[in-house]
Design a protein around this ligand. Structure first.
Ligand code: FRU
Length: 530
């Protein structure tokens, strides 16, 4: 934290002897290390990059500053998986420090061509006056995993009308052409996404701006992504500078999507509906998608945000990635479900089923710090449960129901469903050390559905310092970092002002899904290969 500019913009090979090892040891000793989420061995992780299914495996990279928890000199770090649940280390993917990425190998994407994986990314440079200049660069990974950077950038200039905030190329193929979308800031300081076209991924031609109905929506759009799903077009973007609006846009920066007709690449027109947030929690940004071998669309995000501090910042590491989510459309909405392969992490299941009016219950053996918890809550009139109440009780379907988890003597994280208003609220005000309280300690969203629908289903993925909550089979997702005490392991279900049936399952999650310990020779670019 609070490193000088000189300290932040050091390459690994400029580190003090033993510096990285010391940081990794400090991180390793931190009680908030995750057990099944991708996290850095040391230093800071941010955006997922280069996500691709290539040669029978998922390849995923992330933005990584190895030498501290500031946003410094960014590398790409590489991890590999066959099931999107367990990951192995593949070492450094991209090392910055060349003439066109002297101040970081910033975010970008990957696409397969002629049996090799092409990585297109933003080379960040600063001149002696600290003026930023971005280049769009290319590196190629062969089937052995060796990555070679091309000497010259594929795009050296920002087109007229845009500032130096011009980055994060996301590439796809359509017919014989490759396309890429780049996050941009117009000269009038509004955010935009622009298009380029190429026959071969080397030679790129500017194809204009994506014309959306949001001409003035924040001052910068980071990490755009475009893909088609079931005949619809989706543009993902991370606008910065959007003001809060009721339950919406409560985080420092937003991450969401526009759903519409397929993008008209001839004239850049994109007809779409309202901007919708991808996540209703506190810590989600810069997601990237790829297509899996069965044509499925998979998304991974950064479980963190720029410009905020987190409690591990002085413990040698910061941030993790979200679990992969599989995307689909249902009733004109984007649905996000946890990737099917995550089932591989499940230990022995325990089930529970009970119904009660006004009160709290816990179940034997259902507690912990790393698990999946599924609970369906069906509010009903209390008489249905023969609990000895009679008149004067609330109408069927009203009341507040939910689950408190990571509970301990002083701590609890509370997920509440208000059946009357169909509102879901996540409260992390007592989840451990305060996290960016200026941005609020609760997040809420109102569920869709028909009048009279009162039931709700929550699927929680709890890890040592996070939770991801999938509501109603992917209708909404809440993602949050939490930093409770390791002794805060309890789970309590509650009914308040009504009655409900609670039915569900619990699976402890096995450790060992993610790499531990600094791989030998980490600093030797190109030597650490799977
Ligand atoms: C988003 C972002 C990207 C940039 C990268 C740098 O979090 O700011 O726009 O490429 O992070 O690490």
């Amino acid at each position: 934290m609070n490193m000088t500019r000189e300290q932040k913009y050091r390459l690994l090979r400029q580190a003090e002897p033993g510096e990285l090892e010391r940081l990794a040891k400090q991180a390793d000793g931190c009680g908030w290390r995750q057990t099944y989420h991708i996290q850095p061995h040391a230093g800071l992780l941010n955006d997922p990059n280069g996500f691709a299914y290539y040669n029978g495996k998922y390849h995923l990279f992330y933005q990584w500053f190895p030498l501290g928890t500031d946003h410094g000199m960014k590398y790409w770090y590489h991890v590999v998986s066959t099931d999107l649940a367990s990951w192995t280390d593949a070492g450094i993917g991209l090392e910055p420090g060349g003439p066109y990425d002297s101040h970081g190998a910033y975010s970008g994407s990957a696409i397969e061509k002629d049996g090799r994986l092409y990585l297109m990314y933003t080379g960040n440079t600063r001149d002696e006056n600290w003026i930023r200049r971005p280049y769009q660069c290319l590196a190629i990974m062969d089937e052995t995993g060796a990555i070679t950077k091309r000497e010259l950038p594929v795009l050296s200039n920002v087109p007229g009308g845009y500032t130096d905030h011009f980055r994060d190329p996301k590439v796809w193929k359509d017919g014989d052409s490759y396309w890429c979308v780049i996050g941009a800031q117009r000269s009038d300081l509004t955010g935009a996404a622009v298009l380029y076209r190429s026959p071969d991924l080397l030679d790129w031609t500017f194809a204009g701006e994506i014309k959306t109905s949001l001409p003035d929506f924040g001052y910068m759009w980071e990490c755009p992504d475009y893909f088609e799903l079931d005949g619809a077009g989706l543009l993902l973007l991370c606008p910065q500078g959007v003001e809060p609006e009721g339950e919406h846009f409560r985080n420092i920066y937003q991450s969401g999507y526009l759903l519409g007709d397929p993008l008209n690449t001839k004239n850049g027109t994109f007809k779409h509906g309202a901007f919708a947030e991808l996540d209703r929690g506190f810590d989600f940004y810069a997601p990237q998608t790829t297509e899996g071998p069965g044509g499925q669309r998979i998304l991974v995000g950064w479980m963190g945000l720029p410009d905020l501090t987190y409690p591990t910042d002085d413990r040698g590491w910061a941030h993790c990635l979200t679990l992969p989510r599989e995307l689909s459309l249902r009733g004109g909405r984007l649905i996000q479900r946890p990737a099917a392969g995550l089932r591989n992490l499940r230990g022995e299941s325990r089930s529970f089923s009970a119904a009660w009016a006004d009160g709290r219950r816990s179940f034997d053996g259902i507690e912990g710090t790393a698990y999946e918890l599924l609970v369906a809550i069906t509010p009903a009139h209390p008489s249905a449960f023969d609990v000895g109440h009679a008149d004067g009780l609330p109408e069927s379907g009203s009341g507040r129901f939910g689950v408190e988890f990571r509970t301990g003597a002083e701590e609890r994280t509370v997920l509440t469903y208000d059946a009357g208003s169909r509102t879901v609220t996540l409260d992390r005000s007592r989840s451990g050390p305060p996290l960016s309280p200026d941005y609020g300690t609760t997040r809420s969203c109102t569920l869709g559905g028909e009048p009279g629908d009162t039931a709700v289903e929550f699927r929680l993925f709890v890890d040592t310092s996070s939770v991801e909550i999938f509501v109603n089979d992917g209708e909404e997702v809440f993602t949050a970092r939490l930093f409770p005490d390791s002794a805060s392991t309890g789970i309590t279900f509650f009914a308040d002002g009504g009655s409900a049936a609670f039915k569900g399952s619990y699976w402890p999650y096995n450790a060992g899904a993610i790499p531990r310990g600094l791989p030998a020779g980490l600093a030797d670019y190109g030597k650490v290969r799977p």
